[in-house]
Design a protein around this ligand. Sequence first.
Ligand code: SAJ
Length: 426
Amino acid sequence: MKHKKVVAIIGLGYVGLPLALLAKQKGYEVIGIDKDSQKVKKINSGISPIYDKKLIMQVKNHSIYATTKFSELVNADIIVICVPTPVKGKTPDLNPVKNASIQIAKHLKKGQLVLLESTVNPGVCEEIVIPILEKQSKLICGKDFHFAHCPERINPGDTKWHVGNIPRVVGGYSVKCLSLAYKFYSSIIDAPIKKMESVKEAESVKIVENCFRDVNIAFVNELAQSFSKLGIDVVNVIQGAATKPFAFMPHFPSRGVGGHCIPVDPYYLIFYAKKHGFKHKLLKEVRRINSQMPHYTVDRTYEALNEAKVINGSPPKIAVLGLSYKKNIDDTRESPSYEIIKLLKQKGAEVRIYDPYVKDKNNAKNLSEAIDNADAVIVATAHSKFRKITPQTLKKAGVKILVDGENAFDKKAFSSLGILYKGIGR
Ligand code: SAJ
């Protein structure tokens, strides 16, 4: 009986859990490792710790073995690091990656293949991760163990693109490392795996992908602010530009850029490039534009309150619908909603919140409770459930203003019923 290769996956979140399920489905023995014992307990009892319809089914049907014990790494042939790479303010926080590397080094054995999927700036693998692995284990990378970087590309909530069909890039510490990593990913992913010439190139690909997105979003967020003054609907204009079948990729203005990647990754490159003598002026300006969109959204809200003559001494009642950073998921990391709520409270507004996907002690019981008699409703996250809100619903609840944080509604339908509509760029 051919020995089933064992894959240990460190970090069972949006990246690690789908990967663990896929490896299991493709015939590997899987050990899921996470420091969160509650998460481990849930997974071992077939419950997905993440709200995602597909994941909920998969965890229930293909239960994988999860543990908090890093000592189990000794049983693995392949070890994949899928831990978060957040920022503290604007500074990269590599502690989760460093801690995972230290734990791996304690149990590292000859012949093992270590793969990093977490998004990092160029240089992290060779200047931080591999030295930690070698120092503690006394093993030599490329000789005793192998290392490669294959940046993750999960798009939470996407029903078309998933870990099993998204093309990937991979960069190896050596030719042998690259071929071992390529062999692993080709065995589980039905999509092209591009071999990069170095680990640094693989690290750079992911950062570039996400900086590209941040730049394009900043571009339309700036357009939104300028076109508002010109009385031009920027969403219509972008949709018009998108009819060009080449050389244009539509992005859309919104209340801000959240998530664990897009608002974070540019800071990794800005930080590393600065250390090497280059200042990314454009990327810094892009981050400034996108991170001030919650302010812009609150300004639009107060413009509307003044226009509707609601500001009359008593604090305006404002409902903020949606806490997650994008629709139909429960992830609130870097979500613009929280910045909007903070700014509203600083201005003295009475704020109610409601998001059916997110557990929050201040959540209203339901949509009606949140919007009832609110002067303004800000739809910060356009969950499919919220897109069903009709002008009649708001009218009946006594709502005077709709601020459409993701331009998800038909502005004419609301204005024709006397509800003051403010979009982002329309
Ligand atoms: N956003 C806009 N305007 C847009 C697109 C997005 O304001 O035109 C906002 C969203 O509302 C959200 C944020 O930007 O708050 C990030 O949106 P996202 O769709 O990029 O969501 P993520 O961060 O979950 O997923 C991204 C992936 N998304 C896509 O490529 C569509 C991709 O960049 C990476 O695979 C992933 O991050 C990652 O793991 O890096």
